[in-house]
Design a protein around this ligand. Structure first.
Ligand code: CDM
Ligand code: ATP
Length: 282
């Protein structure tokens, strides 16, 4: 496929567990979390141009162009490498904002990886991850591109294989601001660290859950209804909640029942990000 019209995927992520084990001087929290992608994506098209201009063909409602994470990622690459050209970016948005699915972060990561390729910058994945961290704590995992056990603020990543189960995601009708949750006085910040084996044995807690369900009753409601079908969990700081299923049939049954009332998605877990399959097609 010609590069000009190539559509690059920006997948969503789930936090299959999320523990807050401390807090840094700068206020960022130290986490233990397990990231896995799902096959629900934003799609981006990049058209390189010779002018030193970065522009969005279809800016997102409510997000000033120069605040968009794709714009900021392109800007960061130009500033870091001195690249003289520009790009026109088109975003096909599917990931709900404020959903805990990492939509903006994933868009930023896809922009870093795609422009590194299209602009022939030849930066390493490690360098792109370092740059990604400057855009947000959730950006490195999307550049890393594989399911991971994460520590630090979310940038210390160890590749792991997690069962790729069917997933039903519900999006309650609210936008949860990540900063608001992490700033809450009620937030647990001193969970003890666990090992990967503890997670595999079933330790799935999300330390943001109590605060989010207290302040967002619609998240609480979605969790209760989803838990009728399977273990219901919160991803990130929400608002989205999810449940995993061993079979497509069981997932479809839950999805068809719940989608009458909730914005919902029937997805499949993915250990390898579709972004890198797409890169190999370049
Ligand atoms: C909750 C998660 O989605 C789990 O993957 C991430 O930790 C959040 O990642 P993110 O949305 O990219 O977060 P950022 O945009 O970097 O930070 C938004 C705000 O969340 C808080 N924040 C974020 C990550 C972190 N480890 N500790 C924090 O305290 C900070 O107040 C920060 O100002
Ligand atoms: N391209 C973009 N897509 C989505 N949000 C964007 C984008 N650019 C900037 N933003 C802003 O960033 C905010 C957070 O975006 P994002 O979708 O990553 O949060 P989220 O879905 O809650 O994921 P998480 O909190 O797990 O990182 C949005 O509410 C929006 O204001």
């Amino acid at each position: 496929m010609s590069e000009v019209n190539k559509r690059w995927p920006a997948p969503a992520k789930l936090n299959l567990m999320l523990r807050i084990v401390g807090q840094r001087e700068d206020g960022y929290h130290l986490l233990q979390t397990v990231f896995q992608f799902i096959d629900l994506c934003d799609w981006l098209v990049f058209r390189p141009i010779s002018d030193s201009v970065i522009s969005l063909r279809n800016p997102l409602p409510g997000v000033p162009e120069d605040q968009d994470l794709t714009y900021r990622a392109a800007r960061l690459l130009k500033d870091e490498t001195g690249y003289k050209g520009g790009v026109v970016i088109e975003i096909e948005k599917h990931l709900p904002m404020g959903g805990g699915l990492g939509g903006g972060s994933s868009d930023a990561a896809t922009t870093l990886v795609a422009l590194n390729d299209l602009w022939r910058l030849r930066l390493s994945r490690e360098r792109l991850m370092q740059l990604g961290l400057r855009l947000g704590a959730d950006v490195p995992i999307f550049v890393f591109g594989h399911s991971a056990w994460a520590e630090g603020v979310g940038e210390v990543l160890q590749e792991i294989e997690v069962p790729e189960k069917w997933v039903v995601v519900l999006k309650p009708d609210c936008h949860v601001d990540t900063k608001e949750i992490f700033s809450s006085k009620d937030l647990t910040r001193d969970s003890k660290s666990i090992k990967i084996a503890d997670f595999i044995a079933g330790q799935h807690q999300n330390d943001c859950l109590d605060v989010v369900r207290k302040f967002y009753p619609s998240v609480d409601g979605a969790l209760r209804e989803l838990s009728d079908f399977s273990e219901a969990r919160l991803t990130g700081t929400g608002a989205c909640v999810f449940a995993q299923f061993d079979t497509e049939l069981a997932a479809k049954k839950a999805y068809l029942s719940l989608s009458r009332k909730w914005q919902s998605y029937l997805c499949k877990g993915m250990n390898r990000s579709p972004l890198y399959s797409s890169l190999n097609d370049a």
